[in-house]
Design a protein around this ligand. Sequence first.
Ligand code: PAN
Ligand code: ZN
Length: 191
Amino acid sequence: MPAFRTPPLRPFAIDFDPDRLTLSPEGPTLTRRMSDLEGLFRDHDAWRTAAEGDDPVVYTVSSSPVPEIERELPQSITTILPGTTGGELWMTKGHQHPDHQGEIYYALQGAGGLLMFDGDEHAWLDMTPGTIGYIPPGWAHRSVNTGDDAYAFLAVYPGGAGHDYGWVLEHGMGRRAFRAEGGFELRPYGE
Ligand code: PAN
Ligand code: ZN
């Protein structure tokens, strides 16, 4: 374990285990269950039934020890489990970076999508292992598992970026992704 100073850190290597999808050394891991995703799925009744039932884990976010502070460049691995709620594919909460900072995603495993919304226009990137998704400044972003297995990706973002989840509750994400014959389909946010 490297000796950390604040800021900046000393140089150090992070081992990535592609089978276990872990980082070593590791920082905090966040677990998002269905009950943490209130107000996000279109079918609120289906969400409530699942949240009040077995309240499944929808995704985890495992970070390296790099702290979320100005000038540092933290990274984390998000793993979204396969599933649907009211037909809508399991996804991350989605957020906007308050100071409109950019971000890089790198798909590691499974099949997913990177949905972005600038408050006006939406964009969708298919994400399969090897795809680098670029999130420009000012685009809120949400990840969706479009496959039948876990979808995992690496995120690298400015330490001072902050995460505004209220923005998505207020503005939506432009589109929603639903399971459909032979794959998935995007529908307007309100439908
Ligand atoms: C990612 C996300 C992660 C979880 O590391 O934070 O995928 O998604 P939510 O934060 O929307 O729950 C990232 O975009 N960081 O900036
Ligand atoms: Zn982000």
